[in-house]
Design a protein around this ligand. Structure first.
Ligand SMILES: Cc1cc2nc3c(=O)[nH]c(=O)nc-3n(C[C@H](O)[C@H](O)[C@H](O)COP(=O)(O)OP(=O)(O)OC[C@H]3O[C@@H](n4cnc5c(N)ncnc54)[C@H](O)[C@@H]3O)c2cc1C
Length: 357
């Protein structure tokens, strides 16, 4: 029977779609979420500008989860225009201002590109060698390479829009005094929140970022502390590297919901790869080759353990808040610097701050 076939599901690349049609695997390719991430992607494809396409992450935060689970209207975690077309400023702004964006994670990169698009003079500061903030670590976890592609897209977008990017530059009180920016968008993000547990200073202890950033190699017998997204993804990374992982989480259930698309696969993968998941369990002490955990007054010593990886969440970097207020500099605080959350909040707040400059 000659039945027309339409291929669908996570297509983001027009070249792949062409290949599927020309090889006879399907008659049509349907793009869904990709239209929310970049409504111009087919125009860009036709013009041969494939590298300009903002590829959907498949995160579902602004579309499927927001609509179905939160009962709200559709947005897109990486495209601040989606669902906000009626308030999206076309620009240019009535007055061009000198804007400093401090921190080049998703909030700062989005703020910088939106402010530059509206005609402001934008300088983007980043203390690290490379821009991207936590996106770099997110992109190292298994199956999250597309986060790295988005990071590259964000960086090339600010450059195309004429943003002056100053990496390796920690913004301090002295720099603010010297530079006298008219407006600051503070997007300094979050830093790991390290708990005070006996033994936390031992050399076998490291952070999830050190593992994902390949600064510390994965060991054989590992305890990962914290069963949130960062802890679970780091455990996924560690088990892929061949480590035997025990994940310790104080809550009764993982904060990563199994019914989210990514959460479903993450829970399945960890189970399949034999990761031991201990919920309702606190890490009490780290010893030389073991750890002691407590669950409902029952103590257990787990050994041998040669690495403890801390993923107990992030806390906002607040150092510059007081300084900006004291210096009476008009400012906006966006993304994790305001409150540790997700990418969708970071990009939305970054964009809105730029619109309000
Ligand atoms: C492993 C991992 C996986 C994740 N996965 C997801 C996910 O799947 N979905 C999701 O929604 N979220 C995820 N997140 C969280 C998400 O990455 C963050 O919510 C988001 O990056 C916050 O963006 P931000 O721009 O506010 O801050 P950040 O990304 O933290 O960026 C802040 C930047 O500011 C710089 N900075 C700080 N102080 C200064 C200063 N004084 N001067 C100059 N620069 C400074 C920092 O170096 C950093 O580059 C993940 C995080 C990690 C670590």
């Amino acid at each position: 029977m000659d039945v027309p076939v339409i291929a669908v599901g996570r297509f983001t690349d027009p070249l792949l779609a062409d290949e599927i049609i020309s090889s006879g695997q399907a008659d049509l390719v349907a793009f869904g979420r990709q239209h929310l991430a970049d409504p111009d992607f087919l125009v860009k494809a036709r013009e041969g500008r494939a590298e300009d396409i903002r590829k959907c992450l498949g995160c579902n935060q602004g579309c499927i989860e927001r609509e179905i689970l939160e009962g709200k209207k559709i947005r897109c975690a990486i495209n601040p225009e989606t669902g906000q077309e009626l308030i999206y400023p076309k620009g240019p702004a009535a007055k061009s201002r000198s804007v400093w964006v401090i921190g080049a994670g998703p909030a700062g990169l989005t703020a910088a590109s939106e402010a530059a698009r509206l005609g402001h003079q934008v300088t983007l500061f980043e203390k690290e060698e490379k821009a991207g903030g936590q996106l770099y670590f997110a992109s190292q976890a298994p199956y999250k390479g597309v986060y790295g592609e988005w990071r590259s897209w964000l960086i090339s977008n600010v450059e195309k829009l004429g943003v002056k990017v100053q990496t390796n530059t920690l913004v301090t009180d002295a720099l603010l005094e010297k530079g006298e920016p008219e407006v600051v968008i503070l997007a300094t993000g979050g830093a790991p929140d390290i708990p005070s547990i006996p033994g936390i200073d031992r050399p076998m202890v490291c952070s999830a970022m050190q593992i994902l950033g390949n600064q510390v190699p994965a060991s054989e017998n590992v305890v990962a502390l914290g069963g949130g997204l960062i802890g679970m993804e780091t455990s996924d990374f560690l088990t892929e590297s061949g480590s035997k992982v025990t994940l310790v989480e104080v809550l009764k259930r993982s904060p990563v919901k199994k019914f989210s698309a990514h959460g479903f696969m993450l829970h399945n993968r960890l189970r399949e790869k034999g990761c031991r998941l201990l919920y309702n369990t606190a890490l009490e002490r780290i010893q030389e080759n073991s750890v002691t955990v407590v669950s409902e007054d029952q103590k257990e010593t787990i050994s041998p353990i040669d690495q403890v990886v801390i993923a107990t969440g992030m806390k906002s970097r607040e150092e510059l808040r007081r300084i900006l207020t004291e210096r009476n500099i008009r400012h906006f605080i966006v993304g994790d610097a305001s409150q540790v959350r997700r990418i969708i909040e970071a990009t939305e707040e970054g964009a809105k701050a730029a619109w309000d400059v």
